[in-house]
Design a protein. Structure first.
Length: 375
């Protein structure tokens, strides 16, 4: 991939390490509305709740089938899960117990989204349909038919009036959230549309596809494509808008993580994961987000200006080079180590930080070989 001029640095912190055993691999995950808890569906058929800051386990719920979709109620007291068992389950997160099972689909439930008020839930399935559920009465409100292959993603407009879904059939459908009427079918992508996500205000939507592209949509009224973002080299699996709509984070099967500026529609920050990235959730009211990847790891990313990260190292490098006789070498080594201690080893391996660190080490004589002194 060609080099890019980046303005952002993605400072990483591992919250949950790579899975030591297969059962600990995270298959699906989501964050609650206020950004305090993360729910992760694991390969061992558990659904685990973690605090979103340190990823300490809070609650564990055991299902008897594999979870294929998950969603937090905006009210914060219920988690919905879809499974290979073709049902939707509602869980009381305080007690870790199932409180209802919703039956209606004939294939695994692959997508879930709550209405903004938490009173309704929409589920999408491999049976090509979606169902809107009344959460209080545990009944179907409407069945939505318009896709021809698996429904793999859906999202509820934050303004409450619309549902958007995507499918392996390469289409995106807009639905009336009250009646279930198909409003419009979009075919902007060439292959399976893996993910659709609204911005926080509902005025924009992003869709990611197996054609490796992201389409940005004006969703203020009937959806209209605004731009196509290209950069990933494999299918786009995860998308999330920042709280203010300024940035879009995208993750892919190519293991690459991008942060796009939506002012310029360009990649302004990038990093990578050890495996495919299949989940992204942005924290509310801050430029930080978390990701899950195929190793089972959950990682927190702080988005900051690249120059702010590099400047202290560059300033120190200038100070070291000024000390041509290395009279202050021990003092400068201590300053260098103190500066490094402000960053995780993962962040220090980033190629931009790695290079300036290497320059500092070279100037301090910390690389292999004898210290070279000026004559």
């Amino acid at each position: 991939m060609e080099s890019r001029e980046l303005s952002l640095f993605l400072k990483r912190k591992t919250l949950k390490p790579e899975a030591a055993v297969g059962g600990d691999i995270t298959r699906r995950f989501t964050m609650n509305k206020v950004g305090r808890m993360v729910a992760a569906a694991q390969q061992d058929r558990t659904i685990r709740l973690y605090d979103a800051q340190q990823c300490n386990e809070i609650q564990r719920m055991q299902d008897d089938v594999l979870c294929t979709s998950i969603a937090f109620s905006p009210k914060g007291d219920i988690i919905a899960t879809g499974s290979v068992g073709r049902v939707v389950k509602l869980w009381d997160i305080r007690h870790g117990t199932p409180i209802a099972t919703l039956e209606g689909h004939t294939y695994p439930v692959l997508a879930l989204a709550f209405s903004p008020d938490g009173l309704r839930l929409v589920s999408g399935s491999g049976d090509t349909s979606l169902i809107i559920w009344d959460i209080d009465n545990l009944k179907q409100i409407a069945q939505l038919k318009g896709h021809s292959l698996y429904v793999v993603s859906c999202d509820w407009d934050p303004r409450g009036n619309r549902i958007v879904s995507s499918s392996v059939d390469a289409s995106i459908c807009e639905w009336d959230a009250t009646t279930g009427e198909l409003l419009k079918r979009h075919e902007e992508h060439r292959t399976a549309v893996q993910v659709v996500r609204f911005s926080r205000d509902g005025k924009r939507l992003a869709s990611g596809s197996a054609d490796n592209t992201i389409v940005l949509w004006d969703a203020s009224d009937t959806m209209k494509p605004e731009a196509t973002l290209r950069g990933h080299t494999d299918e786009v699996r995860a998308l999330s808008f920042s709280y203010d709509g300024k940035y879009l984070a995208s993750g892919s099967a190519d293991k690459e993580l991008f942060v796009w500026s939506l002012d310029t529609n360009t990649i302004e920050g990038e990093s990578s994961a050890p495996s495919e990235i299949d989940g992204i959730e942005w924290y509310p009211d801050t430029y930080e987000f978390i990701t899950s990847d195929g190793t089972g790891a959950i990682t927190r990313w702080e988005v900051t200006q690249l120059e702010a990260i590099l400047a202290p190292f560059n300033d120190l490098l200038s100070e070291i080079e000024t000390d041509s006789e290395l009279n202050r070498r021990e003092e400068l080594i201590q300053k260098f180590e103190a500066l490094r201690a402000q960053h995780s080893e993962e962040s220090l391996r980033d190629k931009r930080l790695f290079y300036v660190n290497w320059q500092c080490k070279k100037a301090l004589g910390l690389l292999k070989g004898p210290v070279k002194r000026s004559r």
